[in-house]
Design a protein around this ligand. Structure first.
Ligand code: GLU
Length: 482
């Protein structure tokens, strides 16, 4: 049973196991977009019940990634040591009593049981199941214990876990907003541990209890949790609570159609930031991983995405993380920025008000796929690359004729008083026209001498940046090679 609550509330419930991956953040983004699209709330809860997997500093990294992308939090953990909201605390490790109490309720109602099986017994059981080619599943050994036997063991301080009971027959079904109606035979569902022997809850109990107490209306999460959902549905039933709406997002694949991993490049969101991807490009790109507005529009601002975001438009197929597309998109956003904005964003040794720095940005702006490309693309400005004389010579000229072209160019450079892009262009193009020279023959050697490269930006803008002295030097060096 699902019920409509007045305010839509979604949650991001990461486990603090390291830097957030693009997959985690895509999930967070969809949860946030859905909340924003419906004037609802977005909550952040830290699922730190598996102490053995916890990595220090993860919460800070998660918060940093969300903050970078502008994914703001209405309720829950807002700093690594701070949370806000009426269901405080939002760190699961600080809510142990709540889970314990709820486990007790299930025990009392006969929906859960104590299990005293030793590790060794469970291992043997699994091995036997493996041999018999049966799926691994608790065999119900402790379900047979009488109340007295259980009390006796508890009194003697025997180590235990608490497991949920699963109906032997029948099926559990639920509706997923993307996958439709799903039916799972109860005999395939395991008697999931709810409270571990260290008294911590498992993810299953803690997340169901919290989603209920925190009034989450839509559980939006990655596909990998789909197989756990029948257990969660049963827990909701046992507690007598209304289920949230389930939304399982197809997982992201790499271009080779395998699950996205380090092999495909960076997976941590902050690595993308370090490489010089813009947050607006990242949001746009991640939003299109599985969702699209059902139009051809690919460049969408976050407001445009929110305005059109709808679970019905989420694709059933697995989205592909294609870095080439991300680079294209990032370049589109970089092109839209002003040079001044880019001067603030590019991580550089240059002062952001430096006029030469700004001219260099304008020179390469349309070719930047990431901000960090700036250094490589402009290296030739600060240091003439090594190059061979051959590349100075255009197809239809020989070395002596090329040398002559460069000598004429040198003369023009030396005579130019207004050493700026516009005047230089005028001087050189007028000369070409007047002398009936082919532009390529005259300007190719000049461009190569000035940039030291076969493929490079237009020569006049580069000379403007280099200034008269450096341009003169470089052309002389070119002449010297011929
Ligand atoms: N703690 C789980 C994770 O790390 C959350 C799963 C869920 O959203 O229910 O992904």
């Amino acid at each position: 049973m699902t019920k409509t609550k007045t305010q839509i509330k979604t949650r991001f419930a990461p486990s603090p196991t390291g830097a957030p991956h693009v997959g985690n953040i895509r999930t967070a983004l969809f949860e946030w977009l859905f909340a924003r699209a419906n004037k609802g709330a977005f909550l952040l809860r830290v699922e730190d019940t598996d102490q053995s997997r916890a990595i220090e500093g993860s919460v800070e990294q998660i918060l940093k990634a969300l903050d970078w992308l502008g994914i703001d939090i209405d309720e829950g953990v807002i700093a690594h040591d701070k949370d806000k909201g009426s269901e405080k605390p939002y760190f699961q490790s600080k809510r142990l009593d709540i889970y314990r109490e709820h486990a007790q309720k299930l025990l009392d109602k006969g929906h859960a049981f104590y299990c005293f099986c030793s590790e060794e017994r469970l291992r043997e059981m699994r091995e036997d199941q493996q041999k018999a080619k049966l799926p691994p599943k608790y065999d119900g050994f402790c379900l047979e214990l009488s109340k007295d036997e259980v009390d006796e063991k508890l009194k003697n301080g025997k180590k235990y876990v608490i497991r949920m009971k699963i109906p032997e027959d029948g099926a559990t079904s639920f509706q997923d907003a993307i996958k439709g109606h799903l039916v799972i035979q109860n005999k395939t569902i395991d008697c999931q541990v709810l409270i571990k022997s260290d008294k911590f809850p498992t993810y299953h109990l803690a997340s169901v209890v919290d989603d209920h107490l925190m009034e989450i209306t839509h559980v939006i999460r990655a596909d990998e949790w789909l197989s756990s959902t029948p257990k969660h549905v049963l827990l909701y039933k046992y507690f007598g609570w209304d289920e949230p709406i389930w939304v399982h997002l197809p997982i992201i694949l790499g271009t080779d159609k395998s699950k996205l991993s380090k092999r495909h490049g960076a997976v941590s969101v902050m690595e993308y930031r370090e490489q010089g991807y813009l947050p607006e490009a990242m949001i746009n790109f991640l939003a299109l991983l599985g969702w699209n507005p059902k139009t051809d529009q690919e460049i969408l601002s976050v407001d445009e995405i929110i305005a059109q975001f709808d679970i019905k438009k989420i694709n059933k197929n697995n989205p592909i993380f294609d870095v080439t597309k991300l680079n294209w998109m990032n370049n589109q956003y970089i092109q839209k920025k002003s040079v001044d904005e880019l001067a603030c964003l590019i991580d550089s040794v240059h002062d952001r008000n430096d006029i030469i720095f700004k001219k260099a940005i304008a020179l390469v702006q349309d070719r930047l796929e990431k901000l960090s490309d700036f250094d490589d693309l402009t290296l030739f400005l600060w240091k003439l690359p090594e190059y061979s004389a051959d590349i100075l010579v255009p197809k239809e000229l020989d070395k002596p004729k090329t040398k002559r072209m460069l000598e004429i160019a040198l003369g023009k450079i030396e005579k130019e008083d207004q050493f700026n892009e516009k005047d230089l262009r005028e001087t050189f193009l007028e000369y070409c026209e007047h002398e009936k020279l082919k532009r390529g023959d005259f300007l190719w050697p000049l461009r190569v001498a000035i940039t030291g490269m076969k493929n490079s930006p237009e020569v006049f803008a580069v000379m403007d940046i280099l200034g008269k002295d450096e341009s003169t030097e470089r052309v002389k060096e070119g002449i010297g090679k011929l």
